[in-house]
Each structure stands twice: as structure tokens, then as C-alpha cells.
Design a protein around this ligand. Structure first.
Ligand code: LLP
Length: 420
């Protein structure tokens, strides 16, 4: 459920008219609903409440939407953070998220990143290779600290999602093959400075079936038992993120967080570990839209081209993953038309959709791309010397600009030429 709805025949976010936001902040602009984020955070926390031993931790995957004000809101809603760079770590800390609620994931953490996060504090590093474990050991030894550590297994399970957002098969760079886990933990346990107490798995994103997740979790469960038998004290199982979100009518309907929670409880019942979760999209995906204005309608051979002022640089998902985003007129006319929706960027990939039936709109009208709160603004670029879109946060009948539009001229200030 989200808080974007029609009021007096025009789309509003909570109590604020999107027309008013466009008039004041310009377009393209990402608009986020605080109430929707709060609701999704609460639904996820309730779905897993009481699962595992000890308090479950829902660590929001910061990569989905790292805006400082979004993070602060989610931190207040009780979420921790899953970070994949020192930049995300700093943002999570700056947003007030406590170190013991932060996990550090990712295959390419540098020694410098590890050193800063270890000194600053965190719940655990999710380590993805023996090579990484050795670097972490050296960093920890240098600081005279024990680095809390989990390690990620690659269960070789196909997630049934787009290939570019699949992470848990043997063809993916992520994790340690489940078969190598015993050798890995023995070697890691023999290194100084490492406190190995966790395991983690994350098989992909926008999953619309629980089956691959259950399969991966079962492998993790078997591994926990084998590791314990081998004398390794596993206390934390981090089940990653990946649960899909609804994209609208005609699109695959993902399982509910409640169904996910039931499955988790069933599979982990005898694990005797604390459970961690790393949802990103689930929390913010449907809490955001990209608000854009139609620049012009150009006649086409099969269907008219609706050229909007947002481009692939603002919302990469259709170009990168052929992703579907529901498109709605901010002031629906009630008359439908079939159009191709494209941006102004000089690439054919700058196509949001072809042959889409939607409300008839004209030059100057506003439309939204739905489900743009996750992996929207954060994936954007300044390609074609276009500004980075503005971001707005709505809270009830108030709104705030939470990121100003970044003008390409601002880049001129950092384009230095210091010849050596
Ligand atoms: N944990 C780890 C280790 C991850 O790699 C990810 C996402 C998550 C958690 C959060 O997954 P979520 O709950 O959001 O599905 N840019 C792509 C998605 C890439 C996801 C990368 N990893 C997209 O726009 O679909």
C-alpha cells in the first residue's frame, strides 16, 4: 500500500498535490512519501517479529535510496543499515543509525574502508572471500581489535529474476561456494583479529517467489549445523534482501512480507541464531515516484512518441534491466491512448516503454513513473550534461526539497586540470 492517490482528480502524495510540487521544484523530481516508508518499515518489522533467537534486525539496504533524509526517517522507524561502501557507512552514521545496527556487505571492500568502519563500530562485516578475510585480519590486528565477521555463501540457487540482479549462482561474483564453507571458516578462525560468528546469503533482487529464497535458506541452515559441529560458534544468520514489490496490474505479484515472515519462521525454527534482514526495494520502492513533464508529443509510425523531461540518466532501470514502471498522468483525462514514452537523451536505450496504453496527455502535462523510490535517484547520472533530478520528501500536508537539482555547471567547478 502506498500514499499516492487522486484528490479532486489530480494525483497527490499524502496531502500534497504533485502539481504544486512540480510548480515549485520543477521537473524531473523524485517525490517520496514518508507515510509509505514508515508503513513498509513497520510491515517488515512485524513480519519477522519474534523470528530467530534474540531481537531480529531489519537493516535497510542503503543502496536502494541513500538520501540523508530518507535514511534519517528509516532510522527513526527502527531500521538498521546494510552498507556496501564507506560512503554509505558514513551516511548511515550521520543519519543517527547506531553502529551495532550496521552490517557492511560487498565483494570489494578496501583495507581503508574496513579500517574506518572497524574503528567507528559495526555489527559485522559480511566477508565474501578468503582474500578479503586476510585483509580484514590485518586491519583488525593493526588496530588491536577483533573484527566481528560473518561470511556470505553462494548457494548456487537461481532466483528467477532478471540476470543482472541475480547474485546467488555459481556464475555470480558473490559469496563463498557453500561447499568451501568449512575450509573457509577453519582458515578464517586461525587468523588473528577475526571473530567469526555469522553467515549470510542474498540471492538477488525483485524476487516474486519464495521458493528460491527457501531453498537458499535451507542450504544456509544445513551449513550452520555443519559449522557448529565443526566447533564454529555461529550466532547470526543474515538472510539478505530481495523480496519483490508489486509494480501494478498485469505484473507478477510478489509474496507478501507476512508470507515471507512465515516461511522464515518455518525454515529457521531450530537454528537458534539471531536473524538479520537486508530489504531495500521493499521499504522504499513504492514510496517514491519520478515526476516528469511532457516536453512534446511527436507523431510516430506505430504510436506517438511521448517525450518527457526525465531521461535514462534520471531513471536507469528500464534501460538497464528492461524494467517495467507503471506510468500515470498526474491529472488523468479519462481517455486512453497508446504511446511510446521516451526521454530526451541521445540514445535509443532512453526508452521507458513502447506501446503502452495510458491516459491521454499533451505537451506540458505531468506524468509519474511509479515504484521509483528504490534504485531511482541513486542510479542516476549527469549523462548528456543533464542536471541530477531534485528530490522531495512529503510528510502529511508538508513537503521539503531534500536534494536540490544539481546543475551540470556545478561540475565545471570540479573539473580541474592539475598537470603533473
Ligand atoms: N543485500 C545485499 C547484499 C544486496 O546486494 C542487495 C541488493 C540488497 C541486500 C537489497 O536488495 P533488495 O531488497 O533491494 O532487493 N539496481 C537494481 C537492484 C540491485 C540490487 C543490488 N543488491 C534494480 O534497480 O533493480
Amino acid at each position: 500500500m502506498d500514499h499516492f492517490h487522486l484528490v479532486d482528480r489530480a494525483l497527490h502524495c499524502e496531502g500534497v498535490s504533485l502539481e504544486a510540487i512540480a510548480a515549485a521544484a520543477g521537473t524531473p523530481t523524485y517525490v517520496y512519501s514518508s507515510a509509505t516508508m514508515d508503513r513498509h518499515a513497520a510491515v517488515m518489522q512485524q513480519a519477522v517479529a519474534g523470528a530467530g533467537s534474540g531481537e531480529p534486525l531489519v537493516a535497510y539496504a542503503v543502496k536502494a535510496n541513500p538520501n540523508a533524509h530518507v535514511l534519517a526517517r528509516l532510522g527513526k522507524a527502527g531500521l538498521g543499515a546494510d552498507v556496501v561502501s564507506i560512503g554509505e557507512y558514513r551516511r548511515a552514521r550521520a543519519a543517527g543509525i547506531a553502529p551495532e545496527r550496521i552490517v557492511f556487505s560487498g565483494v570489494g571492500k578496501t583495507a581503508e574502508e574496513m579500517a574506518e568502519a572497524l574503528a567507528g563500530g559495526l555489527l559485522q562485516f559480511n566477508v565474501e572471500s578468503m582474500e578479503e578475510a586476510r585483509t580484514l585480519s590485518a586491519v583488525a590486528a593493526e588496530q588491536g581489535r577483533a573484527a566481528p565477521m560473518g561470511f556470505r555463501i553462494n548457494p548456487d540457487v537461481s532466483a528467477g529474476t532478471h540476470a543482472k540482479i541475480t547474485t546467488g549462482t555459481a556464475d555470480n561474483k558473490f559469496g563463498i561456494a557453500a561447499g568451501d564453507a568449512l575450509t573457509f571458516t577453519r582458515e578464517a578462525a586461525s587468523l588473528p583479529g577475526l571473530a567469526v560468528h555469522g553467515v549470510t546469503v542474498h540471492i538477488g533482487s525483485q524476487l516474486v517467489s519464495l521458493e528460491p529464497l527457501e531453498q537458499a535458506f535451507r542450504r544456509l541452515g544445513e551449513l550452520i549445523a555443519a559449522l557448529r559441529e565443526d566447533g564454529c560458534d555461529i550466532r547470526i544468520a543474515d538472510l539478505g534482501g530481495g523480496l519483490g514489490v508489486p509494480h501494478g496490474p498485469g505484473q507478477p505479484e510478489p509474496p507478501s512480507p507476512e508470507a515471507y515472515g512465515h516461511m522464515v519462521r518455518r525454515v529457521t525454527a531450530d537454528w537458534n541464531t539471531r536473524l538479520l534482514f537486508e530489504p531495500g526495494r521493499l521499504i522504499v520502492g513504492n514510496a517514491g515516484v519520478l515526476l516528469t513533464r511532457v516536453v512534446r508529443v511527436k507523431p510516430g509510425v506505430r504510436a506517438p512518441w511521448l517525450i518527457v523531461d526525465a531521461g535514462m540518466n534520471d531513471l536507469m532501470r528500464p534501460a538497464l534491466y528492461d524494467a517495467y514502471h507503471r506510468i500515470e498522468a498526474v491529472r488523468p483525462s479519462g481517455v486512453s491512448q497508446v504511446v511510446n514514452v521516451v526521454g530526451p537523451v541521445c540514445e535509443t536505450g532512453d526508452t521507458f516503454t513502447m506501446d503502452r496504453e495510458m491516459d491521454r496527455v499533451e505537451a506540458g502535462d505531468l506524468i509519474v513513473f511509479r515504484t521509483a523510490g528504490a534504485y531511482g535517484a541513486t542510479l542516476s547520472s549527469g549523462y548528456n550534461s543533464r542536471p541530477l533530478a531534485a528530490e522531495v520528501l512529503v510528510d502529511g500536508d508538508r513537503w521539503a526539497l531534500i536534494r536540490r537539482r544539481v546543475d551540470p555547471d556545478a561540475l565545471a567547478g570540479v573539473e580541474t586540470a592539475e598537470w603533473q
